[in-house]
Design a protein around this ligand. Structure first.
Ligand code: DSN
Length: 421
């Protein structure tokens, strides 16, 4: 069996032209294949998506939108962008789609630009409780340019405190309310958020980056019928190319499009847009729906198995692709756990838990996700095995023991090859 980082013969050509970069690509493929990839925001995209991304569409400048470009020669890329837009609208039942954002942060900048002015008040989930940098962090444009008021989770159940959210909305009268997070394992009550937005006259923005793939696979409820605007990345559970996207009601289409281009970006990355179109077609297949369901089942199994190992799943478990694990019972902090797991070939990230007594650089938790391992074909039995690897890795500082665990990890991952041909 031969494997390449992408699309067949092109790799041999790269090896001849630039052996240094070719070697890095091969080593990275080896790393992705042999270690366990549990970062909740990562996945293995299909070879078809990789082929679209590594294509001649990368050469084309196409500022503007299909039929309204500032450059000639856009006939073919127009077709790709129209397909991506139509597939996004159809998959999500959305009135409007903008497929040009280069990333999730770019998409979010465009959302702010479409609906707010610097200095306006926005309500968003607090970073230490699972929010994102672009939801008002003081080191990010959002926190520097906007008055972002944060809501969080309740101390008793670690679920979003909708009473606090409503009280803060009434008190601060935000222009926009953002729901969505990077480390929240539960579902969000979009109907309730819509009610609060209506009560205070705020735009309802959902940053669905983490869970949009589960929505695409019809495994969890969609925010699209409720929200004015939904932004997301395309490379997490959705399994597409690295990039962003925005869905909205048609009333907001012109404002969104203007905010993305010319507001925030110049030429779109047409190869990525072609990759988004490919991924959206894949997401519409029954096999993807089965995948999305399995992602959740696997994550629930992983969280339950970690609990059996004595660690605590924040909010009592997970309803999504990620689990946040409070590891204080191990007497090891998140930073050290992350390092030990890394030496054992288990790639995950340290993560603050709600009301974390440790600093963000240390943390009391780890975040694990099941998107990539489920793409590999792993199931519940493997999740239990992974939980045992994690527990054993966190429990030891002995590098020889960690190296032995790594061998066991590699024996497991060897049974689930990626990018075969
Ligand atoms: N940094 C991403 C994550 O890992 O959740 C979100 O953008």
């Amino acid at each position: 069996m031969s494997v390449t980082p992408f699309y067949g013969p092109d790799f041999d050509f790269l090896t001849e032209q630039d052996p240094d970069i070719a070697e890095i690509l091969l080593s990275e493929l080896h790393r992705q294949q042999s270690d366990l990839q549990l970062i909740a925001s990562e996945n293995f995209t299909s070879t078809a998506v990789l082929a679209a991304m590594g294509s001649t569409l990368s050469n084309k400048y196409a500022e503007g939108y299909p039929g309204k470009r500032y450059y000639g020669g856009c006939e073919e890329v127009d077709k790709a962008e129209i397909l991506a837009i139509e597939r996004a609208k159809s998959l999500f039942g959305a009135e409007h789609a903008n497929v040009q954002p280069h990333s999730g942060a770019s998409a979010n900048i465009a959302v702010y630009a479409a609906f707010t002015k610097p200095g306006d008040t926005v309500l968003a989930m607090s970073l230490p409780h699972g929010g994102h940098l672009t939801h008002g962090s003081k080191v990010n444009f959002s926190g520097k340019w906007f008055n972002v008021v944060s809501y969080g989770v309740r101390a008793d159940n670690e679920l979003i405190d909708y009473d606090e959210l409503r009280d803060l909305a009434i008190k601060n009268k935000p222009k926009m309310i953002c729901s969505g997070a990077t480390a929240y394992p539960s579902l969000i009550d979009f109907e309730k958020v819509r009610e609060i937005c209506d009560e205070v006259g705020a735009i309802m923005w959902v940053d669905a980056a983490h869970f949009i793939g589960l929505v695409a696979g019809k495994a969890i409820p969609s925010p699209v019928p409720f929200a004015d605007v939904v932004s997301f990345t395309t490379h997490k559970v959705l399994r597409g190319p690295r990039g962003g996207m925005i869905l909205s009601k048609s009333d907001h289409a012109a404002a969104i499009d203007k905010a993305v281009f010319p507001g925030m970006q110049g030429g779109p990355i047409m190869s990525a847009i072609a990759g988004k179109a490919v991924a959206l077609k894949e997401c519409a297949q029954p096999a993807y729906q089965r995948y999305a369901e399995s992602v959740i089942v696997n994550c629930q199994e992983l969280a339950a198995a970690l609990e059996k190992e004595g660690m605590r799943a924040v909010s009592g478990g997970t309803q999504t692709h990620l689990a946040l694990i409070d590891i204080r019972s191990t007497n090891v902090n998140g930073k050290v756990a992350d390092q030990r797991c890394g030496l054992a070939g288990i790639v995950l990230n340290k993560n603050a838990i709600p009301f974390d007594p440790e600093s963000p650089a240390v943390t009391s938790g780890i975040r694990v996700g099941s998107a990539a391992t489920t793409t590999q074909g792993m199931g519940k039995a493997e999740m239990r095995e992974i939980a045992s690897f994690i527990a054993r890795a966190i429990a030891t500082e002995d590098e020889a023991v960690l190296a032995n665990i790594r061998q066991e990890v590699h024996a497991l991952t060897a049974r689930f090859p990626i990018y075969t041909k």
